[in-house]
Design a protein around this ligand. Structure first.
Ligand code: IVH
Length: 289
């Protein structure tokens, strides 16, 4: 394992409009105004990674691990074609940008639905077992000991944040500017970013984006709301676990009713009794549970 220069935190979760309102109350209090500009992004369901670039060169890639230390997966990450080994300092229209002395770029590696299906079909044809979820494919592939095998798994990546960023004088003013800058360096960044000013528009945007989630080519498990202004992000700061300037908005898990068929009491070797319930299968979003 290797230490992250800046810890990789997680996100606070919200499931309801009232949790969103509480979040906005905290943010607008810190900003002294109601009209806070938020970004609304898909929450990609993959594996978090952190890439370190020094003088523009990719020097290592770590998994999140426990947030403080992650596993070194540099050799495997190097096989993902869309990850630049070197950042470019000239944009498509010929503008020069400054490459940081050192930056930790954070994002998610994942398997697109189409690649996930193709790889599963190939595995079935070889008599191998299917991956149950694109996330398990991404997780299993990122940590393989043979990077030639990782290369076969067609992993994708999108970036949406940073840890260390040096010198701090070149940190952009807004999250959106960060995305533009990272894009100009040649990094694949999240494209579908919606903005909303204030709680009412935020709430509407979340509802709109909720119905767009199934349109994405990659698996998602909710939305992420972020404060756009970096100065306000800094003012809000972090708890031990998560930034106060961002929120994961999850949708209540789907539920279904079914019949209880039987309860069997299993008797263990030591006489311990364990009840085991059997339910009739039920279909939720096309899967038999
Ligand atoms: S921002 C300080 N944006 O979700 C954490 N995270 O539950 C800032 N994730 O570890 C993360 N999509 O790997 C952010 N659009 C997105 C995301 C995203 C997926 C993952 C990320 C993080 C986890 C937190």
């Amino acid at each position: 394992t290797d230490r992250h220069e800046t810890p990789m935190l997680s996100l606070r979760k919200a499931y309801s409009h009232s949790a969103l309102q509480r979040f906005h109350k905290q943010v607008s209090h810190a900003s002294n105004e109601e009209a806070v500009l938020y970004l609304i992004e898909p929450k990609i369901d993959g594996i978090a990674i952190s890439l370190t670039y020094e003088q523009g060169n990719l020097v290592r890639a770590l998994t999140r691990g426990n947030g403080l230390e992650g596993d070194d997966i540099t050799a495997n990450i190097m096989t993902i074609p869309s990850i630049p080994k070197k950042l470019t300092d000239t944009t498509e229209d010929g503008q020069k940008t400054t490459i940081p002395d050192r930056i930790e770029i954070r994002g998610e590696i994942f398997s697109n639905f189409s690649d996930f299906e193709a790889i599963n079909r190939q595995r079935e044809s070889r008599g191998e077992s299917r991956f149950t979820h694109p996330r398990s494919l991404a997780a299993g592939s990122a940590k393989l000991s043979d990077s030639n095998q990782t290369a076969q798994r067609k992993l994708s990546v999108l970036f949406f944040g940073y840890g260390d960023f040096l010198p701090s004088s070149i940190v952009p003013k807004t999250q959106r500017e960060f995305y533009q800058l990272a894009h100009s360096w040649g990094l694949p960044v999240l494209q579908t970013v919606r903005t909303a000013k204030g709680i009412d528009r935020l709430s509407t945007a979340i509802n709109d984006e909720k119905s767009n989630l199934s349109e994405h080519p990659y698996p998602t498990d909710g939305l992420v709301v972020k404060v756009d202004l970096i100065a306000l992000q800094a003012k809000l700061g972090y708890t031990n676990q998560a930034p106060r300037w961002a929120l994961a908005y999850k949708f209540a898990p789907k539920q279904a009713e079914t019949r209880l068929l039987s309860i069997n009491i299993q008797v263990g070797r030591t006489g311990l009794l364990t009840p085991l319930a059997e339910f009739a299968p039920v279909s939720i979003s096309g899967s038999k549970i």
